[in-house]
Design a protein around this ligand. Structure first.
Ligand code: SF4
Length: 383
């Protein structure tokens, strides 16, 4: 049975994508955030990985031939009994005997197993799906692009048992609907692109301090989330219109023609002030890319937002609505947002302007304290 990899859509899925099995083996929380909550953040590693896969897909196919070795690229296959759906980078075979080949961007690790467990398990899951579809499949190959090495992984009983065990555990995690805790001081977190969402050390410390008779909090590592290259675009010129041309947003004015432009991939959000308009193609493109469009009055008062449907994190939304319904909890959070924002502004000024007037820094310090102690949402708005 061939079909596209099924994404989690809020219901317990019948089929688990094999690559999610890789993530789950690496870190169950990573898999939960990515698959169940639908959150994803790119890092240099993930972008490079996609690029390497594009190169694999671009190579021409050879048609299957009963007498000769055949190669098929990007093969989508499902195994309903195994509960797995997968995309096989390259399928190599002769007659009914096939070998799945998975491309990995890095170098082959120098370990006795030839590859790390998440990669072996992902490949083995592909092998099991092939077996379910009546192919003979006893081993797979991981091709490491950087070291140009083929590493053969035999699908022995131990690996097959481990793969089935992990498939069952992943299904249970998804059905349970509870996010697994972060790994504890794991070196894996250092390279994890979701570190900024997961906040492993912070969450672990909070969990510890909530326990009775807890010890003082431990150390929080400086795990830096991937740097965001995108920036907001603010359009304030009255009567101007935003249009889309190719991969760019253009700002047009009736009198002067095109007055400015920005690359779409560098835009984090579009803020329109007062009488600035936007064409439907530009709005659709922004919504498809998950870039929010915010509308403000001429004087900067926020009155609405257009956002695409890319966000699937239902749990987050439920918690936000829950908080919004509790007045004191909302105020507590709002105080933290506002005081944190002023604190960050003050830090930025101090970092970038060694001659920043002491009076301004002092005023900002007072505003931070006032925001932290605001007695109501209304006085916080005043600050
Ligand atoms: S930061 Fe660490 S604990 Fe969190 S998802 Fe990534 S690997 Fe898992």
């Amino acid at each position: 049975m061939i079909q596209n990899e099924k994404e989690y859509d809020g219901e317990v899925p019948d089929l688990i994508p094999a690559r999610m099995l890789n993530e789950f083996t690496y870190c169950p929380r990573l898999c939960y955030i990515e698959w169940v909550q639908g959150e994803f953040v790119d890092s240099a590693d993930t972008v490079d990985g996609r690029f390497q896969h594009r190169r694999v897909d671009a190579k021409p196919d050879k048609l299957p031939d009963e007498q000769e070795t055949f190669h098929a690229r990007s093969v989508y296959l499902t195994g309903p009994d195994m509960g797995i759906t997968c995309r096989i980078d390259l399928l190599e075979g002769e007659g009914n005997q096939v070998t799945p080949i998975d491309y990995k961007r890095g170098k082959a690790p120098k370990i006795p197993e030839g590859a790390y467990e998440p990669e072996r398990v992902q490949l083995c899951a592909q092998g099991l799906v092939l077996r379910e579809n009546d192919f003979d499949c006893t081993e797979g190959v991981i091709y490491y692009v950087r070291s140009k090495q083929r590493v053969t992984i035999p699908f022995d009983d131990d690996l097959v048992d481990r793969t089935k065990e992990l498939i069952a555990a992943l299904g249970e995690m998804a059905r349970g609907g509870e996010m697994p805790p972060p790994l504890e001081y794991s070196p894996k977190c250092v390279r994890c692109s979701l570190v900024g969402i997961c906040l492993p050390d912070e969450v672990n410390i909070l969990r510890e301090t909530e326990k009775e008779g807890a010890e003082p909090p431990g150390r929080v590592r400086r795990l830096l989330p991937a740097r965001d290259d995108e920036i907001p675009v603010y359009v304030v010129g009255q009567g101007q219109t935003i249009r889309k041309r190719g991969d760019r947003l253009e700002v047009w004015s009736r009198e002067e023609g095109k007055v400015s432009d920005a690359k779409l991939r560098e835009v984090s959000q579009l803020a329109l002030y007062g009488g600035v308009g936007i064409t439907t193609p530009a709005l659709v493109e922004l919504l498809q890319r998950g870039i929010p469009v915010c509308y403000f009055t001429h004087g900067g008062w926020f009155y609405g937002i257009s956002q695409g449907t890319s966000h699937k994190n239902v749990e987050l939304r439920m918690r936000q609505f829950q908080c919004a319904g509790e007045k004191m909890r909302s105020l507590e959070l709002a105080r933290m947002f506002v005081s944190g924002k002023i604190r960050n502004c003050r830090t930025l000024i101090r970092r970038n302007d060694s001659l920043a007037p002491k009076e301004i820094l002092g005023n900002m310090g007072s505003l931070i304290r006032e925001a932290e102690e605001a007695r109501s949402a209304e006085s916080l708005l005043g600050i």
